[in-house]
Write a protein that binds this ligand. Structure first.
Ligand code: EPZ
Length: 419
């Protein structure tokens, strides 16, 4: 078991080049299942979730190899259609493989991922949409046994909620289905656009990603493609917050400015000075962060739920009371109890958190509760007086590539120890 040991209070400054986005890389890796050829994925982050995906792809029969930041997947000889339970449990988002495996193999078998640290995480929208495309799904004992009678057929799908994963699953299933599929009320996140771009480079015909209506004209097959994954907007927000909370200064490179607007607004409100260019942002922090008035998480282009713990951590050291409302997930405040161990003052009522800024945080032993909650604890530890030990960091490793190296390069005193 690894832990992060952080001696807080160091002012962070320097440059960071933002890693590729986990939430783009995973559906794109799922899309390689559809390709009859070799796909070359650049800027593919080295994360435990990516490793888990690769293990699933290899189980299916893909040949995967890494060359630095590039992952190469040869999907010519896929021969399996099941995902064993043990692999499924390693990564909840493997549900996004359902559409791709069903489309490629005409069959798919996997166990439903069930709930997670963020709450129940149902997959009803995925299942009902794939059924509309003609997938026959037998759900029993928590497993999904899927088959197509002939092939998947394009159709009109109205999503009750613009679920990111369901939109991706439908696009993947429809990319090689017969005819046209139209998704109404589709998720508009940048990661959907990245998936569209990959599929189109592989010979697919998807348009409308980034809007509420995505149109997929099925093609008979996809070939391999070369693609560069977009930068991770949540990782970008995390490193900006690391500088902001330590009275530091940071230049972030490899960002997509439009993807960050909803988050940067609050950095400005909290007193950070930002110089934003299209691919970079320079942040200078104030002596004392100001509170933010109110943040409500929303689907894109609203404030992203994944950046919630980051901004809550920042507010713990601000000069007043901030209100945060989580609208996307039922149970995303598990990290709050751990932040309180460091001296944070946060009241919770259902989906609302009220954060009263304190003068200083003090180091403590804390447990990562989930990926972004774990990142919030690291941020608080960087700003706290004394030693913070963050345990259960496997959650953090799901989404942050070499977090301790990145922060050390910025001047943090942080080490990973195997204990
Ligand atoms: C994606 O999860 C991301 N994961 C999440 O990032 C992110 O928090 C989330 O989108 C929202 O932006 C990946 O891309 C791998 P949803 P996803 O389907 O696709 C409900 C991180 O920290 N819902 O848009 O699972 C669901 O319960 C992670 O990187 C249904 O009710 O999100 C939730 O309340 C965490 N039925 C809401 O919709 C369904 O069938 C949003 O879920 C599907 C979803």
């Amino acid at each position: 078991m690894s832990k992060l040991y952080i001696n807080g209070g160091k002012r962070l400054s320097g440059e960071v080049t933002v890693q590729g986005a986990k939430n783009s890389a995973l559906p794109i890796l799922a899309a390689t299942v559809l390709c009859d050829g070799e796909s070359v994925i650049h800027n593919c982050p080295k994360l435990s979730d990516v490793t888990a995906s690769v293990r699933i792809l290899e189980h299916l029969g893909c040949i995967c190899r890494r060359e630095g930041d590039t992952l190469i997947v040869d999907s010519r000889n896929i021969s399996c259609f099941d995902i064993p339970d043990s692999l499924m449990r390693e990564m909840r988002s493997s549900i996004v493989l359902l559409g791709a495996i069903s489309a490629r193999m005409g069959r798919a078998k996997l166990c439903s991922p069930g709930g997670c640290e963020l709450g129940p995480r149902p997959i009803d929208l995925h299942v009902s949409a794939l059924k509309k495309l003609g997938l026959i799904i037998d759900e029993s004992y928590g497993c999904l046994d899927c088959k197509t009678n002939d092939c998947l057929k394009g159709t009109e799908i109205h999503l009750a909620f613009p679920s990111v994963g369901a939109t991706e699953n439908i696009i993947l299933a429809a990319a090689t289905a017969k005819g046209r599929t139209v998704i109404h009320n589709a998720a508009r996140e940048p990661e959907i656009c990245d998936l569209q771009n990959f599929i189109n480079s592989a010979g697919g015909c998807v348009c409308g990603a980034g809007t509420g209506t995505v149109v997929i004209d099925g093609v008979s097959k996809l070939h391999g493609a070369e693609h560069t994954v977009i930068p991770d907007r949540i990782v970008a927000a995390t490193y900006l917050a690391a500088a902001a909370m330590t009275r530091g200064k940071i230049l972030l490179k490899n960002i997509e400015q439009p993807h960050l607007i909803s988050v940067l607004t609050y950095f400005s409100e909290m007193g950070c000075v930002l110089q934003v260019k299209n691919k970079s942002v320079l942040l200078e922090s104030p002596q004392k962060l100001s509170r933010f008035f109110e943040i409500q998480t929303m689907v894109y282009p609203g404030f992203p739920t994944d950046a919630g713990p980051i901004l809550v951590a920042m507010a713990t050291l601000s000069n007043g009371s901030s209100m945060f409302v989580e609208n996307i997930f039922e149970n995303r405040y598990n990290y709050v109890g751990e932040l309180r161990r460091l001296g944070a003052k946060i009241k919770l009522a259902d989906r609302v958190a009220v954060i009263d800024g304190v003068e200083r945080l003090s180091g403590a032993r804390v447990d990562s509760t989930d990926l972004r909650g774990g990142a919030a604890l690291v941020l608080a530890g960087l700003a706290a007086d004394g030693l913070t030990v963050v345990d259960k960091i496997h959650h953090i490793d799901r989404g942050y590539e070499n977090i301790e190296n990145v922060l050390t390069n910025l001047g943090a005193d942080i080490v990973r120890k195997e204990v």
